[in-house]
Design a binder for this molecule. Structure first.
Ligand SMILES: Nc1ncnc2c1ncn2[C@@H]1O[C@H](COP(=O)(O)OP(=O)(O)OP(=O)(O)O)[C@@H](O)[C@H]1O
Ligand SMILES: CC(C)(CO)[C@@H](O)C(=O)NCCC(=O)O
Length: 351
């Protein structure tokens, strides 16, 4: 999950020593630990209404009197949870934690508390305490997720978009017509949440076949050494080499009577049992493509079925698995579109 805030900038290794660090918060999930902190400086601003944080927007922010404007920027970092010590090293090296000399505005009463969510807030509580003297102030991940999603959808302009046939189209959110919606958070596992208002939600479903499955199975099957490498491979692959299509079963024909085109996947990975190839002949890029397709399709289908079950017209997808990756979004959209017979549109917002 992703306690995302406005004005995001993925932090490079820039030196923060000239800036004043105000806030640090963490989300430690099963795969990734995400960290956000705000640094104060006069060259940037975060406009809480527009969600801007870039230098170029300073003029606009200066001209915008009716909304709170903070001079500075939000910095985002991510670490593999399996390398949590790198996250602690980063906090220590940047002196982001209370007690670090750059930390200027922490009041005495909150000196050792840092907001943290995700399972890692529990799992690594002792580690943070022992290494950095930080007490993790735990927030429930579903509460954070829903609060973050509602905030982003209401406040950040051009946050949500559909992705259909390679076309990204921003969705105008009517604040008075946002609820109810289905929030599908694709992290290591997948949570599906019916959201009916601020703080009003129910986790209605989930699946353990999620981002962790893609990365985990992908590693085992392709020997990739990074998630990005696996994604990059999937760009170049052809899933038809691995997946058994309806046409493979029906001699190239559609199965029109039940509405299945010859190009529809009849069985993910199924082709590998029906031809006489040696295992070594299967290319990693084709495997990566099939895997991404299988998992995205499955999530899209379960999401649609839950939307149907609870009468929800709109589905918002988030989580780090998506990360703006075109093929993932396209597959999810196609799955939702396919199962809803064109009635529901998958609305995807960037993780
Ligand atoms: N650089 C990366 N390294 C590892 N996984 C990545 C990376 N980028 C994207 N991912 C994908 O994002 C998933 C993690 O997403 P996210 O951070 O939203 O979930 P999480 O908080 O770790 O998990 P959960 O909420 O289930 O505990 C990974 O399982 C993987 O599929
Ligand atoms: C366990 C959590 C909530 C941790 O973020 C997530 O990984 C998840 O929703 N997993 C899917 C579990 C299931 O519903 O089958």
């Amino acid at each position: 999950m992703d306690p995302k805030l406005v004005g995001a900038e993925e932090s490079s290794d820039r030196n923060e020593s000239s800036g004043h660090i105000y806030h640090l918060a963490l989300d430690i999930g099963g795969s990734l630990a995400k960290l956000v902190y705000f640094t104060k400086d006069n060259d940037h601003c975060v406009n809480l209404a527009l969600g801007l944080s870039h230098k170029e927007n300073l003029a606009i922010c200066n001209g915008c009197r009716s909304y709170p404007v903070l001079k500075g920027r939000l910095n985002f970092m991510k670490f593999e949870t399996s390398k949590i010590n790198e996250c602690l090293d980063f906090i220590q090296s940047k002196k982001l934690h209370p007690g670090g000399t750059q930390h200027q505005v922490v009041s005495a009463s909150h000196e050792t508390n840092i907001k943290a969510t995700g399972g890692g807030a529990y799992k690594y509580a002792d580690l943070f305490k022992e290494r950095l003297g930080i007490s993790l102030d735990k927030e429930d991940e579903m509460d954070c997720l829903v609060a973050g999603a509602n905030f982003l959808l209401k406040v950040v302009h051009r946050e949500a978009y559909t992705y259909i046939d390679g076309q990204k189209e921003f969705v105008q959110i009517d604040h008075n017509d946002l609820y109810p919606y289905l929030l599908v958070n694709i992290g290591s596992g997948v949570s599906m949440i019916k959201v009916e208002g601020d703080g009003k939600f129910q986790r209605v479903s989930g699946t353990s076949v999620g981002g962790g499955t893609f990365w985990g199975l992908g590693r085992l099957l392709t020997k990739c050494t990074s998630f990005d490498q696996l994604l990059e491979l999937s760009h170049r692959g052809n899933n038809r080499v691995i997946d058994m299509l309806v046409g493979d079963i029906y001699g190239g024909l559609d199965y029109s009577k039940i509405g299945l085109k010859s190009t529809a996947i009849a069985s993910s990975f199924g082709k590998t049992i029906s031809n006489n190839k040696e295992l070594e002949e299967y290319q990693p890029e084709d495997i990566a493509r099939s895997l991404l397709r299988m998992i995205s399709n499955n999530i899209g289908q379960i999401a649609y079925l839950n939307a149907l079950r609870y009468g929800l017209k709109r589905i918002f997808f988030g989580g780090f698995f998506i990360r703006g990756h075109a093929y993932t979004m396209d597959t999810i959209s196609v799955a939702v579109n396919f199962w809803s017979k064109g009635e529901a549109k998958a609305t995807v917002f960037a993780a």
